[in-house]
Design a protein around this ligand. Structure first.
Ligand code: FAD
Length: 449
């Protein structure tokens, strides 16, 4: 007979946000002022990971998969990057969950959520009831097979979301040693994976339809640096077209990428990084949605009392910009989880919690370059520093100015202090009278704030 279990708190998902919930719950429980009676530790709290992804490992820092995990030497491997090491926290090994009274239920996919009866059902037919539900299902990768792209089901056309995807990529790199790789997509996954394939000695070509890479964030001036830098590392960039089909060899392994503009590229491995979709399907028609996510208040509670949504799936009120936003980044996954736990604990103890006041923060690194961005990338842009890709020690950036105020800052090559300074600017939104002078002042403007 299928099993039935009841928990006070259920966390659905085992990613970055979910683990932050558990750690924050335990941390808050340790605070004497809050008392030990109301906490996530010691009560039955559970976690689910879907069987189809073979996620039989305790949660880990997902960003490592496109970076250290793919290094040709001294590659990052579990248990080295279990959460929460990515934010400088304690590494939570499976024993940690047991010690804290948290039941970690791995390899279990939830296929039905009935919020009215507070019941989740797994693919194997087990049911789990709860008093409070925290939805942290994250995103799934958009696949070329979703659009019926010809030949997209061939072997070695790969995606990257989970650790088993990364393992498939590592295996393909070993099987096709020193071969040709085509990377479809010019976003952060495309850029990080192109670099990873290059340092593994592949002949790499990137393909994307936009006029420059990372167009959702980068200006032409920023992209000028990274495209030149990647070219100097030997990466070929094909812009203004898309992959429209694939040929495979007799083994079913991809061999050719056909581009819409008629060109063809030989390929032993294809990596596709064309975006993701928030995993909200289980809750359709049960929870209010907004901007593609589950709508929450500032405490990450959804339209259904006692049901919270955090991380990639949440559309929350962004206080700084006074509008609802959904953010697919690790920093928000961590912070939204902390806020939800504080709110749940406060509700239980009759205390109050400050509103969530998030400053958008994105980062990436590849080869020897690393950038950070804080704030909003709308309005007039002002490039500062030297964005020449041939410069020995790159350091440059961009300010976004709207309504006479600096509201966003990008910086390549910043020190810890400089990155802190740009974060401060994006938060403080200082006025600027003269945009030309701002460009000349450059990073000094930020470090003086
Ligand atoms: P996730 O971490 O995706 O976790 C969701 C969990 O829910 C997964 O374990 C999933 O298996 C589980 N789940 C989903 N549906 C079900 C179900 N029905 N039943 C059971 N379990 C389910 N962000 C940055 O800011 N910087 C970076 O450098 C960066 N690099 C990245 C590199 C890669 C390769 C990827 C894929 C993402 C990267 N991100 C980066 C984005 C960042 O990792 C995500 O924004 C973050 O992980 C979101 O956290 P989350 O907890 O909302 O979702």
């Amino acid at each position: 007979m299928a099993s039935e279990k009841h928990f006070k708190y259920v966390i659905l998902g085992g990613g970055v946000a979910a683990v932050r919930i558990r750690r924050e719950g335990v941390r808050q429980a340790g605070r004497p002022a809050r008392g030990a009676r109301h906490h996530l530790q010691g009560v039955r709290t559970s976690l689910y990971l879907p069987a189809r992804r073979m996620a039989s490992v305790a949660p880990y820092e997902r960003p490592a998969l496109s970076k250290g995990y793919l290094f040709p030497q001294n590659a990052a491997r579990l248990p080295g990057f279990h959460t929460c090491v990515g934010s400088g926290g304690e590494k939570l090994l499976p024993e940690w969950y047991t010690e804290k009274g948290i039941e970690l239920i791995l390899s279990t996919e939830i296929v039905k959520a009935d919020l009215a009866s507070k019941t989740l059902t797994s693919a194997a037919g087990a049911t789990f009831t709860y008093e409070t539900l925290l939805i942290a299902t994250g995103s799934s990768t958009i696949k070329l097979t979703d659009f019926g792209v010809q030949g997209a089901e061939s072997n070695n056309i790969l995606y990257l979301r989970e650790i088993d995807d990364a393992d498939k990529l590592v295996a393909a790199m070993q099987a096709k040693k020193d071969g040709k790789a085509v990377v479809v997509g010019g976003g952060y996954i495309g850029l990080e994976l192109s670099a990873a394939l290059k340092i593994n000695n592949f002949d790499v070509t990137m393909v994307y339809p936009e006029p420059w890479c990372m167009p959702r964030l980068f200006t032409a001036g920023i992209a000028h640096f990274y495209e030149g830098y990647y070219a100097s590392k030997g990466i070929n960039i094909v812009k203004g077209t898309v992959a429209s089909g694939f040929d495979a060899d007799a083994n079913g392994d991809v061999s050719v990428v056909k581009l819409k503009d008629g060109r063809v590229l030989d390929a032993d491995i294809v990596i596709v990084g064309v975006g993701g979709r928030p995993l909200t399907g289980l809750f359709k028609g049960q929870v209010e949605e907004d901007k593609g996510g589950l709508k929450t208040d500032t405490f990450f509670e959804t339209s259904v009392a006692g049901v919270y949504a955090i991380g990639d799936v949440a559309t929350f009120p962004m206080k700084l910009y006074n509008e609802p936003r959904r953010v697919e980044h690790v920093d928000h996954a961590r912070k939204s989880a902390e806020q939800a736990v504080k709110a749940i604990k406060a509700k239980e103890s009759g205390e109050s919690v400050a509103e969530y006041d998030y400053l958008p923060y994105f980062y990436s690194r590849s080869f020897d370059v690393a950038w950070q961005f804080y704030g909003e990338n709308v309005g007039e842009t002002v490039l500062f520093g030297d964005n020449d890709p041939a410069v020995a020690k790159p350091k440059f950036g961009t300010y976004w100015v709207k309504d006479g105020k600096v509201i966003g800052v990008f910086l390549e090559g910043g020190s810890a202090d400089e990155n802190q300074a740009i974060a401060k600017v994006a938060r403080a939104q200082p006025p600027v009278a003269d945009v030309e002078a701002l460009g000349k002042e450059g990073l000094d403007f930020a470090t003086k704030i």
